[in-house]
Design a binder for this molecule. Structure first.
Ligand code: CA
Length: 225
């Protein structure tokens, strides 16, 4: 069984590798999010051990992009902080389990075994807000029976809002998650894209799914909250 470990702390990564190799796993290590995502997309792994705080792309982004690409390899997220929010967010982006640092190699191996036994399992494929639906696997979007023509960026933006349905997200959060870390342009690009998105998913249907929250950001609501 081949396992990918994405962890930027070299010593910790080496420790995890030793522990898992002792359990009979073949282990590949990536030291940043970009390489991790690339490996996870290019190779078939039995499972992925994914750190959250990573250079390049953080663990949540890696997991979300992997799921968006239709890859359902079981993911065990390592959280540095004892943050309930991290854990909830990890599960929202499609992680299967999480383990708070520091942990013992024995516990990691046991959690990984449990994860592998459970397998990839059934996934909720569709994100919805009322009759607005997005399929993260195929990147297709519908309002009722109409399929909408969204660009890749508009789709990513809508996916981000749908995954945080009912929450207010700041312009900065949108930039961090929908544009890559290298983006150094005008943050007002977010407004431009919000307008385009509304013109496609809301306006023609007389809806107000996406609201601007004055001074703080944006929120997508569904009839179901
Ligand atoms: Ca880290």
């Amino acid at each position: 069984m081949r396992v990918l470990v994405v962890e930027d702390e070299v010593e910790l990564a080496a420790g995890i590798r030793r522990g898992l190799e002792a359990e009979g796993y073949a282990v590949d290590v990536a030291y940043d999010g970009i390489d991790g995502l690339w490996r996870a997309t290019e190779h078939e792994y039995g499972a992925i051990v994914l750190d959250l705080m990573l250079p390049g792309k953080n663990g949540l982004q890696v997991c979300a992009e992997l799921r968006a690409a239709g890859r359902w390899t079981p993911v065990l997220v390592l959280t540095a902080r004892d943050g309930e929010r991290d854990e909830t967010q990890s599960l929202d982006t499609g992680a299967d389990d999480f383990l708070a640092k520091p942990f013992s190699p024995v516990v990691l191996a046991a959690r990984l075994r449990a994860l592998l036994r459970r397998g990839a399992g059934e996934r909720p494929t569709e994100l919805r807000a009322g009759d607005l639906r997005l399929d993260p696997g195929s990147r297709r979007v519908w309002r009722g029976d109409d399929e909408l023509a969204l660009t890749a960026r508009e789709t990513s933006l809508l996916e981000f809002l749908l995954r945080r349905k009912g929450e207010t997200v700041s312009k900065l959060q949108v930039l961090d998650n929908v544009w890559d870390d290298m983006f150094e342009g005008d943050p007002n690009i977010v407004e431009v894209y919000m307008r385009r998105l509304r013109n496609k998913v809301d306006r023609p249907y007389g809806r107000h799914t996406i609201t601007t929250v004055r001074g703080s950001g944006y929120r997508l609501d569904g009839p179901d909250g």
